[in-house]
Design a protein around this ligand. Sequence first.
Ligand SMILES: [Zn+2]
Length: 156
Amino acid sequence: MQLLGLNEVSGGSLPASRFPDRACAYLCDKGGEDVTERFAIRHGHGSPPLGPATFYCQCGERYLSGTREWDHLGSNEKRTSLGLLGITGLFALPFVVSLTAIAVGIYAHNRAIIIAGAIIAVLTSPFSVILVPCFLQVRDIAASIYRTRISNRLPK
Ligand SMILES: [Zn+2]
């Protein structure tokens, strides 16, 4: 690997201004603080994680974080992200429908609907795990939109 120069990662640290050049740690150019955890290090392709595009070190030096806000993504990136969200949501749909059936059964005092809903809920519950990343993605998008559209307008 070393002869071919593959997976060449700087073993030590780099000045933070060199991000996204790969390193084990990034130190502030000005004060030397370790700011490694402030960077969003991407593995593989796909859209960057959502978050403010820049951050300030304790000393006031500003750096690109490797994240981007939802409003700054291209329409293709947004479409891809929402498409994946829709597909994963579709897999969780039977579980959501079964919970709705239980609620309807309780409301209508219909034991057969409650039992059918409970059976479907148990059978489809493994798909409910998919809902967690869906909710997290929706939360991240909402938080990003809040940061760019609303919190900037609030008086400080
Ligand atoms: Zn600094």
